[in-house]
Design a binder for this molecule. Structure first.
Ligand SMILES: *Cc1c(COP(=O)(O)O)cnc(C)c1O
Length: 380
């Protein structure tokens, strides 16, 4: 089935009791049994909920996976993956990634005896060099937040062939419309559904998708035992969001291309980080593994000072200054003090995330209005 049809029909079955075309919001904590153990597959809503079930089916389908699991946030989904590990196990992770994932790894899981190696994954050789017989998980984000670096998922999968190492790809930035890591050899795909899947900045949620039955059982056990499940209303919102993912993504990509190209030519702009430029170091890999280049980008000004960046950040009128991304409305963000504040400055600078970097989540408004807005903010 082609993307457009898949996104609209994934997980959708008329409700058996009324024929309602949308799965109802089953706002219930428990289900009545006719005798102990005699029920319709639903016992208690932390373990099963029909609205969540419909969403989880959709999540699997949109990533070309066999199984999907929904969590109360993106970091709750990440937390569940890390709970597959035991003390002494080692993880290789990207040195440029979402600040909250970095915080979870270093401030929570490191205390439980799990060791992390943060490497530059733009070259798979660095991953190979960090691998040893304790390596259990490779965690990668591509494109990365906020520098838009690209990891060759297929090349990483090649390195782990025949080894008991899981590859988990945080596919939040690309969305399943642009990239399907399971098809490229990843074992688990993680999403912050808060972003493009929900798409309307009205819900916090996370997702995991996988093919392996045993891995699904392990992660389902963690989901119900640790209990970070989303409520039925939130599941409904993400289910609804997915139906328009392909239409929104096409516009995000078109606007992204227009804005990145415009920014690159602006006399006051320094460097533009967008993986659709032919001189981007990851361009060829991005072209190979993604359908298009998306609506996320970062840039610096020629006047590379925090003061100059702050002026732009507080002068936009259509772009809202806010954390998060992937909604229909455009957002502007200062990673160093907002989304990536939990990464120590020294570490951040070493990996290329400068103090004055500005990140954009280009929405699906009229591109001309977006350009006009950025232009007045940059020219101030
Ligand atoms: C937002 C985000 C997360 C965390 O997801 P939440 O839904 O905020 O918990 C993880 N990875 C990336 C790339 C993100 O942008």
């Amino acid at each position: 089935m082609k993307a457009a049809t898949k996104f609209i029909h994934a997980g959708a079955h008329p409700d058996p009791s009324t024929g309602a075309i949308m799965t109802p919001i089953y706002q219930t904590s428990t289900y009545v049994q006719s005798a102990p153990g005699k029920h319709k597959g639903f016992e208690y809503a932390r373990s099963q909920n029909p609205t969540r079930k419909a969403l989880e089916e959709a999540l699997a389908i949109i990533e070309n996976g066999k199984h999907g699991l929904a969590f109360s946030s993106g970091v709750a989904a990440t937390d569940a993956v890390l709970k597959l590990l035991l003390p002494g196990d080692e993880v290789i992770a990207s040195n440029d990634m979402y600040g909250g994932s970095y915080r979870l790894f270093t401030k929570i899981f490191q205390n439980y005896g799990i060791k992390f190696h943060f490497v530059n994954m733009q070259d798979p050789v660095n991953v190979k060099a960090a691998m040893n017989d304790k390596t259990k998980l490779i965690w990668t984000e591509t494109p990365t937040n906020p520098l838009m670096n690209i990891t060759d998922i297929g090349a990483i999968a090649e390195l782990t062939k025949g080894k008991k190492i899981w590859i988990c790809v945080d596919n939040t930035f690309a969305s399943p419309y642009l990239q399907n890591p399971l098809d490229l050899g990843a074992d688990i795909v993680m999403h912050s559904s808060t972003k493009y899947l929900g798409g309307h900045s009205d819900v916090i949620q996370g997702a995991l998708m996988m093919n392996d039955d045993e891995l699904r059982e392990k992660l389902y056990f963690i989901q119900k035992s640790s209990g970070a499940v989303p409520g039925p209303m939130d599941c409904f919102l993400v289910l609804r969001g997915i139906k328009t993912l392909h239409v929104r993504m096409k516009q995000h990509c078109e606007n992204g291309r227009i804005l990145a190209t415009w920014l690159k030519k602006h006399p006051k702009v320094g460097r533009v980080y967008w993986c659709g430029f032919e001189d981007h170091p990851g361009y060829n890999v991005a072209k190979k593994q993604m359908k298009d280049f998306g609506g996320m980008m970062s840039f610096t000004l020629k006047d590379d000072t925090i003061e100059a960046a702050m002026k732009v950040l507080s002068s936009t009128k259509v772009f809202s200054l806010a954390e998060s991304l992937g909604g229909v409305e455009s957002l502007i963000n200062h990673p160093a003090s907002m989304t990536h504040a939990s990464i120590p400055r020294e570490e951040r600078i070493k990996n290329g995330l400068s103090d004055a970097l500005i990140r954009l989540s280009v929405g699906i408004e009229d591109a001309e209005d977006l350009i006009e807005d950025l232009n007045q903010a940059i020219s101030k």
